[in-house]
Write a protein that binds this ligand. Sequence first.
Ligand code: 2DT
Ligand code: MG
Length: 212
Amino acid sequence: DSVSSESRGALIVLEGLDRSGKSLQSSRLVSYLEGSGHSVEPWRFPDRTTSVGQMISSYLANKSELDDRTVHLLFSANRWEKRSQMEAKLKAGTTLVVDRYSYSGVAFSSAKGLNIEWCKAPEIGLLAPDLVLYLDIPPEKAAERGGYGGERYEQLEFQKKVAEYYEVLRDSSWKIIDASLPIEEIEKQLQELASECLKECQKGKPLSLLWS
Ligand code: 2DT
Ligand code: MG
């Protein structure tokens, strides 16, 4: 007998530098998918609501200091603590639109000088996104948009390094979107890419794991 392929929700991740428009586009994409009758939830990492997330949040706000490897592992733990819930939601047919994921984890820590393979290791076994929407913007242009909130990492020179590591991390699940385009145009592109992805997942595309 053949293995039955189960319909499921899609794991869609938005990535990009600070001020690339991820948060705005995530919420617009969620509204669009909801409006099309899908079950969908907005997620984000770091999830600052958990106790691990509160340690991360305090670190990002420069209210506490943590060793670079320690905070890297906290970001990873913050994804691991949500993993089973994530899998359950997807299997129940809910699509998750996630603002940042493991790629942020590896790109930001590698930009600090940590070894990239070391950075990837704790992410192995987390659910792999079905689609990564990368909002591509030159670091200088993102900085011009202003509104860097004064958190750790929100500096042009550092963001340039992050952009280089994002490039190294690209794989076949990535779609590169020109984040300099008008908001509505980006929105439209994301809607098309997401809809296509949802169809594949409804048809029973199996879940896969990082890092492959
Ligand atoms: P927001 O500005 O999106 O709240 O992100 N970061 C994020 C990491 O260094 N590692 C990670 O694993 C994740 C998910 C990117 C806060 C900052 O945290 C960084 C920006
Ligand atoms: Mg930020």
